[in-house]
Design a protein around this ligand. Structure first.
Ligand code: NI
Ligand code: MN
Length: 229
């Protein structure tokens, strides 16, 4: 299973014929991405929440590829009302099973709207625990720090944690060290930073802090780079 960091919170998991695209925010909407909406071929699109920096390219990619969309009930039905039929709706605590593995939806502490800054509320935001290719990847979504990261990782042990570190809209790199401690993943990949000025931070300092204080290894990926756990 390969993990490609496209940039910001956009990550692609590939295992055999399964190509799982999380939170599609692609070039040129995403200022740090080099991959455009025409250059991805997902079989599945997973959505943590509706903010534009997670969904700006969802509709064009889903229309072109016919990819299956998984999201919380309100976001899934929002797409259903716009003509999409290949949908999974689950809610927090629920697990969806696919031929390549499973996706468990967990909580995140953030907000959740769709259709822009004055958009409509679409349920709570989420994190996604994804099992594919024999590995478990936890994409935290956008969230502040919360203690039940430990509980989530106890019930579904995590190989790779994708943790936001940029601050301002999510936890910052200091709280993200605590998050890494609570999750205890073998590998941590920082996300949601250096995309726009408010979320600029020092990923190498984050790596040094996590590796000094936990047994997790931090892999800092440049946009477009791939890691194979
Ligand atoms: Ni957000
Ligand atoms: Mn975000």
């Amino acid at each position: 299973m390969d993990i490609r960091f496209i940039g910001h919170a956009t990550v692609e998991l590939t295992d055999g014929s399964a190509n799982i695209l999380i939170d599609p925010f692609l070039a040129p909407n995403n200022p740090i991405a080099t991959v455009t909406a025409e250059e991805v071929e997902p079989t599945h699109i997973l959505v943590t929440h509706g903010h534009a920096d997670h969904t700006a390219d969802l509709i064009p990619v889903a229309e072109r590829t016919g990819a299956h969309i998984l999201a919380i009930v309100e976001i899934s039905r929002w797409h259903g009302a716009r003509g999409f039929e290949d949908l999974t709706e689950i809610n927090i605590g629920g697990t969806a099973r696919f031929d390549w593995g499973w996706v468990k939806m967990v909580q995140a502490f953030h907000t959740n709207t769709i259709e822009g800054e004055d958009g409509i509320m679409v349920g709570p935001p989420t994190g996604l625990v994804i099992n594919v290719g024999g590995k478990t990847v936890y994409h935290l979504g956008d969230t502040g720090l919360f203690g039940d990261l430990k509980l989530i990782a106890e019930s579904t042990p995590v190989d790779v944690a994708l943790i936001p570190i940029g601050g301002h809209y999510t936890m910052d790199r200091h709280d993200a060290v605590t998050a890494a401690k609570l999750i205890g993943a073998e590998t941590v990949i920082p996300i949601h930073y250096d995309t726009f000025p408010p979320v600029e931070t020092d990923a190498q300092a984050y790596k040094a802090d996590v590796e000094a204080q936990t047994s997790s290894k931090v892999v800092v990926l440049q946009p477009g780079e791939t890691f194979t756990p």
